[in-house]
Design a protein around this ligand. Structure first.
Ligand code: SAM
Length: 195
């Protein structure tokens, strides 16, 4: 059963519906590796995941997780800021996920920030193939997370409707500013009804 209260489950659902075996995808915030592992499983043996994090501890945890599942061969771990995504990836990708905020169990001061997140997203969107998705899990429950959410929404409102479609999902009856989801799709062209 899908628990709509678990925003990461919704994020994974959209990815599962869109990403196929053999495709290339990006995890912009590897953290404890749950999203990287999920993506590595989705793209299968012939696919490729690029996973970024600025903390080597996070990438070590991610690597360990992938090793345990025997699927580290299809993942490239990159210890660098996702705002430099263009230095590492030039080919088209099926999806990118940003699970924002700080590393659970880690230093809460090392968190994603509006400026770098927006910089990265503006470089990642053109990398999406037609129909590709950028999925962002937002955490407005903490100070920087709220600013980041507000800036991202402002940015998304301005995305040209011809080029992208943006979905914003939020729980409206839960306390304490629960996580929210943004799903950005690069519009499909050449499909019936998608002119
Ligand atoms: C909420 S955690 C990610 C959770 C993770 N996806 C998982 O499945 O466990 C956010 C991560 O973003 C990383 N981060 C912060 N700023 C970053 C940046 N500019 N580029 C890449 N990663 C960054 C943090 O180090 C942290 O590990």
């Amino acid at each position: 059963m899908l628990r709509i209260r678990k925003i990461t489950e919704l994020a994974h659902l959209y990815l599962r519906l869109n990403v196929k075996e053999g495709e290339q995808v990006i995890d912009a915030t590897a953290g404890n590796g749950f999203d990287t592992l999920f993506l590595a499983d989705l793209v299968g043996k012939s696919g490729q995941v690029y996973a970024f994090d600025i903390q080597s501890e996070a990438l070590a945890i991610t690597k360990h997780k992938l090793n345990e599942h025997g699927i580290d061969d299809r993942v490239t771990l990159i210890c660098d800021g996702h705002e430099k995504i263009d230095l590492y990836i030039q080919n088209k990708v099926a999806a990118v996920i940003y699970n924002l905020g700080f590393l659970p169990g880690g230093d809460r001061d090392i968190t994603t920030r509006s400026e770098t997140t927006l910089n990265s997203l503006s470089k990642a969107l053109p990398l999406l193939k037609n129909g590709g998705l950028a999925v962002l899990v937002l955490y407005p429950g903490h100070g920087e997370g709220k600013t980041e959410r507000d800036h991202l929404l402002k940015y998304c409102y301005k995305l040209l409707p011809h080029d992208y479609s943006v979905l914003h999902l939020r729980l409206i009856n839960q306390p304490n500013e629960p996580p929210e989801l943004l799903v950005i799709q690069r519009n499909l062209f050449g499909m019936p009804g998608d002119a």
